[in-house]
Design a binder for this molecule. Structure first.
Ligand SMILES: Nc1ncnc2c1ncn2[C@@H]1O[C@H](COP(=O)(O)OP(=O)(O)OP(=O)(O)O)[C@@H](O)[C@H]1O
Ligand SMILES: [Mg+2]
Length: 413
């Protein structure tokens, strides 16, 4: 007999079973499983990609921010990459360098062709080779470059070349300055010796001449001759004094100096001369110029020398002299020192200018183009500026004018 009703016990057992029996989880469809696996792999890849991107950015920053110019060439000698410094040194845009033949950027086309040939065909490597590249403005830029072979992406090893180069202009300026100082030192010692030897007999001649002068009546023509002798001796003595100054300038007694007041002081000495020659004098002083730490007397002498040269350079029709001051936060005053804050003074004239071939000579002692010149003004000035921790530069164009710039250290507290 079949049971129509279950007993209470049976009901309880059934319900209990319903709640305790494990429920089988619904099986996800295959696509869902694959999707979550894909998502996992995707996130993993994304992480790796980020890491790669960071490494790439890091390397790119290094390449872009090194101070040397960097070019990459393919095996046809075409530029495939140029960093920021390369563009700056050559004064060209990236697009003007990319896909251009490397040889095109040599100042000498023959040297460009030869170097590229040696590099690519003969696999010759260059180390600190000095040459001139050509800037975007067509001006030669002195550079030193080194090369190395590299594998370009997707190419075979040895298919690419790295060119690293530096602008040598600053270094060359320093080199000539050092040579200039060496020459000055030798000449200085020599002239000090000679000057000393000449001064003593001159003193004797002068005394004798004065005694002789007194023995003639003032109307006697011989008295006039002797007085001429005395005058010439005084002139020679003056010259010798300058030699001494040149050979053994006093150690600078540095203190804080207001450069603009000093310039105004020198100007006052020259007002009459400027008026006589019909020279306009203009000043453009910076709003704020820190004091400089220099020997005041020596700096005065330098500014005076530069003004006198500017006046001499202006012809009888007159002209103008402009003096300006300014401040720069980072100037390299000495090769062995880091950049530092400096005040600059510019003295510009619109006189006859200096011939290109003479530009290097003007700081040499006794170089002069003036009939009455001694040729010591600039050599003394450059020496004094160096001894006061500064630097002097010149830029000139024949018939247009000349500009001297002096950089002077600002006192560091
Ligand atoms: N502002 C200038 N414009 C044109 N030429 C200049 C200028 N300053 C200097 N020179 C050139 O440089 C030369 C050397 O100058 P430097 O002051 O050393 O000697 P100098 O003026 O000839 O004689 P001195 O010893 O009396 O100063 C000058 O003879 C001149 O040819
Ligand atoms: Mg002079």
């Amino acid at each position: 007999m079949s049971k129509q009703f279950e007993s209470k016990r049976e009901t309880a057992a059934r319900i209990n079973k319903m709640f305790t029996a494990p429920i089988a989880a619904p099986k996800p469809p295959d696509e869902v499983r694959e999707l979550s696996e894909l998502r996992f792999k995707y996130n993993l890849l994304l992480g790796r990609y980020q890491e790669l991107q960071d490494v790439f950015n890091f390397h790119r920053n290094i390449v872009q921010n090194i101070s040397s110019g960097l070019l990459i060439l393919d095996n046809n000698g075409m530029i495939t990459f140029a960093n920021k410094a390369a563009c700056e040194i050559l004064d060209l845009k990236n697009t003007e360098l990319n896909n251009q033949p490397f040889r095109k950027f040599f100042a000498s086309p023959d040297e460009g062709a030869e170097t590229t040939q040696e590099l690519i065909k003969e696999k010759k490597q260059f180390e600190s080779k000095e040459t001139h590249f050509l800037s975007g403005k067509g001006k030669p830029v002195p550079v030193g470059f080194s090369t190395s072979i590299v594998q370009l992406p997707g190419k075979t090893p040895g298919d690419g070349y790295i060119i690293i180069f530096r602008n040598l202009r600053y270094l060359m300026n320093l080199r000539t300055q050092i040579e200039r100082m060496d020459r000055l030192a030798t000449l200085g010692e020599l002239s000090a010796g000679i000057a000393h030897e000449i001064r003593n007999p001159l003193a004797g001649i002068k005394v004798s001449a004065q005694v002789l002068e007194e023995s003639f009546s003032p109307a006697d023509f011989r008295s006039q001759l002797v007085s001429r002798i005395v005058k010439e001796i005084d002139r020679s003595n003056e010259l010798l004094k300058r030699f001494f100054n040149f050979a053994k300038p006093n150690k600078p007694k540095q203190k804080l100096v207001n450069i603009e007041l000093l310039i105004d002081g020198v100007y006052l000495l020259l007002v009459n001369r400027l008026k006589k020659k019909n020279i306009q004098f203009n000043k453009t002083f910076a709003d704020f110029t820190p004091q400089v730490f220099v020997d005041e007397g020596q700096l005065e002498q330098v500014i005076l020398n530069l003004f006198l040269n500017a006046i001499d350079a202006i012809g009888p029709k007159g002209g103008s002299i402009l003096v300006g001051t300014g401040y720069e936060e980072a100037v390299r005053l000495d090769e062995n020192k880091p950049v530092q804050a400096a005040v600059f003074v510019k003295i510009r004239d619109d006189g006859h200018g200096i011939r290109k071939e003479n530009l290097e000579k003007i700081f040499n002692p006794f170089f002069t183009s003036k009939p009455e010149g001694v040729g010591l003004g600039l050599s003394i000035s450059s020496r004094l500026i160096n001894e006061n921790g500064g630097r002097i530069e010149v830029a000139s164009e024949e018939t247009k004018g000349t500009e001297f710039t002096i950089f002077l250290p600002v006192h560091e507290n």
